[in-house]
Every structure is written in C-alpha cells, then in structure tokens.
Write a protein of this length. Structure first.
Length: 305
C-alpha cells in the first residue's frame, strides 16, 4: 500500500500544473495511444479489439478526491511510519487546491464518456471530498489555518451539490447538475462522508436506483444512451456499491442475500469480470477486472462476511 501511494505521489510531483490523467502506465507513462486491431474479431465477435487506452486524454475531475482518499492512511494509520510527512502533506495541499479550481467544471466523468463533457455530479462530489478530507488532514497536523479555510470551501461546495445534484421530483441524486438520469456512482456519497447513513436522501436515492438501475441481482451504471448505444450489461462494481448502500441504510439481510448471489457468479478461480449479463449471469467485459474485486472486498468487510 505504501509503495502504491508513493507511485501516486511520484505522478503528482511529475505533473507541474497538476492536470492529472485518469490512467497512467505502470512506469508512470503518460501516453497510452489507443488503436484498433482489425484482424481480431473479439470475444464471440464482439469487436472492436483495442490496444492502449484513449482515456489518458480525458479530463476526469474525480481523480483529485480519489488521490486524497488514497493518502489518508499516511496520516491516520498508526501502522505506517511516514518518512516524509511534510512532503506528503505538500501533495495534499496541491490536490486540494486543484480540486477547488475544478469543482463545478465539465469533464468526461468517471464513466469516461467520449463524445462530450458534462457537469458530472460525482466529479464535483470527489472535488468536495478532496477539500473535506484535506481539511481533516490539516487539522490532524495542527494546520488550523488551512483546515478552517478548507472547511469553509467544503461547506460552499456542499451547498452547491445539495442544490444542483438533487432532483426532488425524482427523489434521487442525478448524473449531472440539474439532471434527470441516475448514476450508480452516487451510491458512494455515504462512503466519502457526504451523506450520513440516516440521511433520508440516501434511502430515497437507493429506492429510486432500485427501480431504474437494478435488473435482477445486478446494477447498471446508468440507463441513458452513451457512445456505444443503450447499455445492455450491468456493472459488477456498481452492484457491490448497491450492496454497500443497502447495508449502510440498514437493509442488511437484503445486502447479504445479494452479495451471496453475485459472488456465486465468479469463475472457478474466484475471478470476476467488469460487466455481467443481468439475464444469464454470464461474465462480460474486461476480465479479470480489478475494481470488481475491490468492490467484493469492501462489501465483504462492511458485511462482516
């Protein structure tokens, strides 16, 4: 974990204006040019087959909050002896500053839409998270001046999100500011400390998403048309987020039942893919998919399974 955070810190230090990409190579490579391999048909003929990742060009503003959350253990986990607390806090300062600049700005979003940028709720939520948790770190280190300033900014961002991201008519948080489409990434609002577990908006969002995004035992990212058409397969990480949200609002029996059904779909080696066919349970998409397993682990820890 410490080496991974060092890798992230190295990336932030190598970006002079801190315009972070959503993806890098294992050696910190920035350019991951994408190309199609026309002579390969793809799994069951489901092309195109691509090499590389065009997402290295995308602007995804959630990355700043993700990095601050990744660095929290350096400051709060007593098992870690931080050899350079000043340097690590310097990274946090830069991330918080950049997140403050990007809050409420359009981007490609966590789902990497290729056709256009929008003002995504989750991206601004994670910019808020960078500032909010940055303030926690600053106060922990005795930097009350910065902590007070960042708490004030986080409060401003919270007010904007509560006004622009909530759709009262639908009873849920939406994908974009003043939008009407659901987005499973909003199920993380309690996880990042934006909503309390007993906040009625969390329960209402969960109920709405259950109607719109859940099909059988699995959960879609969204239902709206994207660059590849209308989504046909559910996303396993979103399914685990839904399970975590069920447990968070106290629907633990349902969470346990859904968890058991999902993990039963793993292959004989216990591996999961990125997507899943909600009708057949067939594994689709990138395989194996790391963040599907991250969802499995976090759900299991929350459920005590």
């Amino acid at each position: 974990m410490e080496k991974f955070i060092t890798y992230l810190r190295n990336i932030t230090q190598d970006e002079p204006n801190l315009s972070l990409q959503p993806v890098y190579g294992i050696g910190g490579e920035r350019v991951l040019e994408e190309r199609e391999i026309s002579w390969l048909s793809g799994f069951l003929g489901q092309g195109p087959v691509r090499i590389g990742n065009l997402a290295h060009r995308h602007r995804q503003h959630d990355v700043y909050g993700e990095l601050v959350l990744c660095m929290l253990p350096f400051f709060f986990d007593r098992r870690i002896v931080d050899q350079d607390p000043g340097g690590n806090f310097g990274v946090v300062e830069r991330l918080v500053r950049r997140a403050g600049e990007l809050f409420g700005k359009p981007d490609a979003g966590i789902w990497e839409f290729r056709s256009e940028e929008s003002l995504h709720v989750f991206s601004s939520l994670m910019c808020w998270a960078a500032v909010h948790h940055g303030a926690r770190i600053a106060r922990h280190l005795g930097r009350t001046d910065l902590a007070d300033d960042w708490d004030g900014r986080a409060a401003q961002f919270r007010s904007i999100l509560e006004r622009e991201a909530w759709n009262e008519a639908l009873g849920c948080f939406t994908m974009t500011f003043r939008g009407s489409q659901p987005d499973a990434s909003n199920l993380l609002m309690a996880r990042v400390d934006f909503l309390r577990p007993d906040d009625p908006r969390l329960a209402r969002t969960l109920a709405r998403y259950e109607q719109v995004l859940k099909e059988g035992d699995y959960v879609f990212r969204y239902r709206s048309r994207d660059d590849f058409g209308v989504p046909k397969s559910a996303f396993l990480i979103c399914t685990f987020w839904f399970i975590e949200a069920l447990a968070t609002v106290g629907r633990t029996a349902e969470a346990h039942d859904m968890f058991r059904k999902v993990i039963a779909r793993a292959n004989p080696l216990g591996l999961l893919s990125e997507d899943i066919d909600p009708a057949t349970g067939e594994l689709w998409g990138n395989f194996p998919q790391t963040y599907s397993h991250v969802g499995l682990i976090t759900s299991a820890l929350l459920l005590g399974t």
